[in-house]
Design a binder for this molecule. Sequence first.
Ligand code: PMP
Length: 411
Amino acid sequence: MALIEANICRKMNREDFPILKQQVYNRPMVYLDNAATTQKPQVVIDALSGYYETINSNIHRGVHYLSQIATNEFEVARRCVQQFINAAHDYEIIFTRGATEAINLVAASFGRTYIQAGDEIIVSEMEHHSNIVPWQFLCEDRGAVLKVIPMNDDGVLDMEAYEKLFTAKTKIVAVAHISNALGTINEVGKLTEIAHAHQVPVMLDGAQAVAHEPVDVQALDCDFYCFSGHKMYAPMGVGVMYGKERWLNEMKPYQGGGEMISNVTFAKTTYNELPFKFEAGTPSVGDVIGLRKAIEYMQGIGIEKIRAHEEELLHYTTEALAAVPGMRFIGTAPRKAAVISFLIGNSHPYDVGVLLDHQGVAVRTGHHCAQPVMDHYGIPGTVRASFALYNTKEDADLLVKAVIKAQTMLS
Ligand code: PMP
């Protein structure tokens, strides 16, 4: 029954994405680069153009009609995100440009407030560069030390090693909910519990999780949760930093400018209340409204149903690819999202990617902004196929067919 339902929803949903109706190289387009960015359903595209056609104006300070409507829509979107990740308060939702900016915000503001020379920050070996470099900036500025949770060859974090990293100097843990390079779903509840037992807060990078797994920040009990809209069917240019009120109240602002102030004089500036304290300047209002539409769209299908559908595709595709001669999977954790990283024999991932592209199959090749992961395996990169709610078994079959052809041509 679940399968039949998933099949029906599969057919329905694909139609919602106009870009997928195109052909590339006179072939149906098989879009499997969803970990990089997802395509947008018509409702999101309409919301974006509708915003510019009818209510575009600057928000919060305007007394006029359009500004009031746009402000209201913006704040409705904030409550929609709050409910989507089950945050306790709407003012714990801070809009950013994306996950990268959200993580930089946490690193900079938390860092300015709490980190001193000799303090320690824990990240993991499987982080995206966005969750490494901002912490390295902070370490350089403050004389702090970055410590790394190792992973095993399946791409699973070593929890024993993790526990041993804590000292009295540990100030924050920052870990991916789901790895973009390996697909590993980390045990983020457990990671958080261990950190909290040491009175250390946790930031989760949810960029690869929010479109694929139900996320409940109160159940996870994480202190910060960061993600991008464009990986969850929303427009580019919008993201979210969730933070627990107690931290956000204490933390110094990230950027200075309009909106984030309460009163400015040359002698002293005071800051606005939450969430505005962290939202300097004009936000991307249309994109925020698009984000709300994307959330409502996913909720209309059901995030649990999306998860089950993608999991089915993951198993189906992995099994079929395993039969290709020379196939080597990179990332074989028992709990995985629908991200399949692989190499074929000694072929360079770029060559495989180009051959797949010419058969209409869009995948990503390279280090996926996770060079330490590639260093772990001693490889330059991988070929990565990543799935979304609109992908089908036909897409998986075309991928496998294209991979077999590429393998034959390269061997
Ligand atoms: N973290 C992870 C795990 C990601 O996959 C990405 C995007 N590839 C990011 C952070 C950064 O997201 P963005 O480029 O949208 O800011």
